[in-house]
Write a protein that binds this ligand. Structure first.
Ligand SMILES: Nc1ncnc2c1ncn2[C@@H]1O[C@H](COP(=O)(O)OP(=O)(O)OP(=O)(O)O)[C@@H](O)[C@H]1O
Length: 221
């Protein structure tokens, strides 16, 4: 269960949001500028709320009333951005291993093999990011985030930089992760079709507020 009750002022823009989601994939839907990335940044711990609390599965990550703010690297929350942000000088194998090493986790070869298969990246391990397509880069970014064993995965428009056919190529991998990886996700998108295929619950954001919360039936046609 993800619980978010936060408010924050960002220049002229304010966020004031409360929701609790039990869905395997919580879709954050809203137009450009609705506050999706700012909200995800708070869940990740990159930004502190001015007021409020955030908890995942009963563990409080932020609670301004008690001056509690768990640091980004201690939250065990994975983050995949629109652009994969792989390290260009490291091959795929070392990119994949990065999150695990940073979190000082012991290697888990069975999980590595499983994810390589799930994401179909096993044949790319010796390549550098510059030798990958956009879709392949995103698959590696997903693998890297999951190998750090997060309790929650934040996906901020992970298909946003891909064209239509590449999107269609990656969607099945995301569905597979949703069904098999066992990690709850927050999936940011302004594309209702994408969310209809992936999300179980929808938080609809408008100008920094929750305009609607419910199942995928609240998405516009
Ligand atoms: N540090 C900041 N200072 C001032 N305004 C900010 C700051 N960060 C974000 N904003 C403003 O907050 C609003 C919401 O931005 P945000 O990036 O969260 O929206 P979004 O829904 O993710 O949009 P997009 O889909 O275009 O990425 C925007 O109007 C943005 O200009």
């Amino acid at each position: 269960m993800l619980r978010v009750e936060v408010s924050k002022q960002l220049g002229n823009f304010s966020i004031d949001v409360a929701f609790a989601s039990e869905g395997r994939v919580t879709g954050l839907f809203g137009a450009s500028g609705a506050g999706k990335t700012s909200l995800v940044g708070m869940i990740a711990g990159l930004q502190k709320p001015d007021r409020g609390m955030i908890s995942v599965d009963g563990d409080t990550l932020d609670d301004t009333a008690h001056n509690l703010h768990v640091a980004v690297h201690r939250r065990r929350i994975g983050y995949v951005f629109q652009d994969a942000r792989l390290f260009p000088h490291l091959d795929v194998r070392r990119n994949l291993d990065y999150g695990r090493r940073m979190n000082r986790l012991t290697p888990d070869p069975a999980q590595e093999t499983r994810l390589n298969e799930m994401l179909n990246i096993g044949h790319l391990l010796d390549r550098r990011p510059g030798q990958l397509s956009g879709g392949e880069r995103q698959r590696v970014a997903l693998g890297r985030a999951l190998l750090a064993r997060p309790r929650l995965l934040l996906l901020d428009e992970p298909l946003g930089s891909l064209d239509g056919s590449r999107k269609a190529e990656i969607l099945p991998y995301l569905m597979r992760l949703r069904d098999e990886a066992g990690v709850p996700m927050v999936y940011v998108s302004h594309d209702p079709d994408e969310l209809r295929q992936l999300a179980s619950q929808i938080v609809m954001l408008k100008r920094g507020r929750v305009a609607a919360f419910g199942g995928i039936d609240i998405l516009p046609a």
